[in-house]
Design a protein around this ligand. Structure first.
Ligand code: PLP
Length: 419
């Protein structure tokens, strides 16, 4: 602790003041966080909500163990994908009947991309972010190959100009409102408008936005959206993802995976597929009930929570961490890559440092759980439901000490290690 000796008292006082005045502080009790851990990786795997273990115990012992097959109707299993979909819908601004939960984000993305392309059959371009999450890029390529489309990779900042020129040939634009590496926030409403002005559809991947900031998919005219259940929604490892399709598209919606549970009359066992009305046609096969019920219980952590307050606190947290970084870490070679402008900041702060991997492991060794994205980005995710300003100060101080003393192992990680 050399350069930082004068800084921590002011930062500590500020953290204490902000935490004491935090109206959302009681929500932390809705999560079972281990003591002595600073958890800043909820944008990769949300922590365990207190409501989940009793809900899973009931699902396994009573609903499955005692109710057996009768629970498909008796315990509401059959309707769970639509019921949980509606619960996610409340967090993304979707009126009921437009969101279905189940399967993984990747499967839902494939469904959404293919269905969107089918809704604009005469347009040859599929436009996506060159910096999009890998699965989003791979699936855009796969859907384009299957449908004979061309993929255009256009950075979000360049999308309006691209659409002004090529929008009339564009079937769908596929973007995330938050860059998973840098935490930069894009203007979902403006980009959706630009797509619509060109007659194209807007598909949004909400993995890093749902539960972290207010969204209004209905009000902003989003056509389709997907997102995972295990990041800010804390539905557990591999939690079901969700697919939103705006109601105006339901009648024409054709999905590439017309499984039997999306049939209009699944128990008629008909020879041919006839899609169910509404979003139910986006169901595929037998849903993962235990995981759906875990996600449903997890979502109760948001009961009574105003997402505008969540957003305000998230910005306070990330703003405070940027200040900590400025005072404690940039002098040691860290460079913040997350925009300082709150209007362009999601719910994480990313710092660039050549030893990102080794430092992330060293932090974890000291109870500060963050993550990194290759080759040199350290990511610190905040969740206003449980993160405190003091957590962030502890993380910054620990990182400062490790870096200033050089007391960490720079050996490269074994291949295939989850980061
Ligand atoms: C986390 C994330 C995914 C994950 O996809 P899975 O199928 O759940 O593994 C996809 N896209 C984005 C933008 C993500 O942030």
């Amino acid at each position: 602790m050399t350069t930082a000796l004068s800084a921590p008292p002011a930062l500590r006082a500020q953290a204490g003041r902000l935490d004491a005045a935090d109206p959302l502080a009681p929500l932390r009790a809705r999560f079972l966080l281990p003591p002595d851990v600073v958890y800043l990786d909820g944008n990769s795997l949300g922590p365990l909500p207190a409501a989940v273990p009793p809900a899973l115990d009931d699902a396994v012992r009573r609903q499955w163990g005692t109710g057996l097959i009768g629970s498909w109707n008796g315990a509401g299993w059959w309707e769970a994908p639509l019921r949980v979909g509606d619960a996610v819908g409340r967090l993304i601004g979707a009126a009921p009947g437009q969101t279905v939960a189940g399967d993984s984000t990747s499967v839902q993305l494939f469904t959404a991309l293919d269905a969107a392309a089918a809704l604009r059959p005469d347009r040859p371009l599929l436009v996506t972010d060159p910096g999009h999450f890998p699965t989003d890029r791979y699936l855009a390529d796969a859907v384009a190959r299957r449908r004979g489309l061309d993929v255009r990779r256009v950075a979000p900042a360049d999308l309006p100009a691209f659409l002004a020129a090529e929008g009339h040939r564009t079937a769908v634009v596929s973007y995330s409102p938050v860059d998973f590496r840098t935490g930069e926030l894009y203007d979902l409403a403006a980009l959706t408008r630009a797509a619509h002005d060109a007659g194209a559809l807007a598909l949004w991947d909400l993995c890093h936005a749902a539960g972290a900031l207010p969204l209004d998919v209905d009000g902003t005219g989003v056509d389709l959206a997907v997102g995972c259940g295990y990041k800010f929604l804390s539905g557990g490892p591999g939690a079901p993802a969700y697919l939103y399709v705006a109601q105006r598209h339901h009648a024409a919606l054709e999905t590439p995976l017309p499984g039997w549970t999306g049939h209009a009359a699944p128990f008629d066992l008909a020879a041919g597929y006839r899609p169910a009305p509404g979003i139910a046609r986006a169901r595929i096969g037998t849903p993962p009930i235990l995981s759906l019920l875990a996600l449903e219980a997890a979502l109760t952590a948001f009961d009574g929570v105003d997402l505008r307050q969540v957003r305000a606190k998230s910005l306070s947290l990330t703003g405070f961490f940027l200040r900590c970084a400025d005072e404690l870490l940039t002098p040691l070679g860290f460079a913040p890559v997350t925009p300082a402008d709150p209007a362009r900041r999601g719910s994480q702060v990313t710092l660039r440092h050549p030893d990102a991997h080794a430092l992330t492991r060293a932090l974890a060794h000291h109870g500060v759980l963050a993550d990194m994205r290759a080759p040199d980005l350290l990511r610190f995710g905040v969740n206003a439901l449980y993160t405190t300003h003091t957590d962030l100060l502890e993380a910054a101080l620990r990182l400062h000490t490790l870096t200033a003393t050089g007391a960490y192992d720079r050996t490269p990680p074994a291949p295939g290690v989850v980061t």
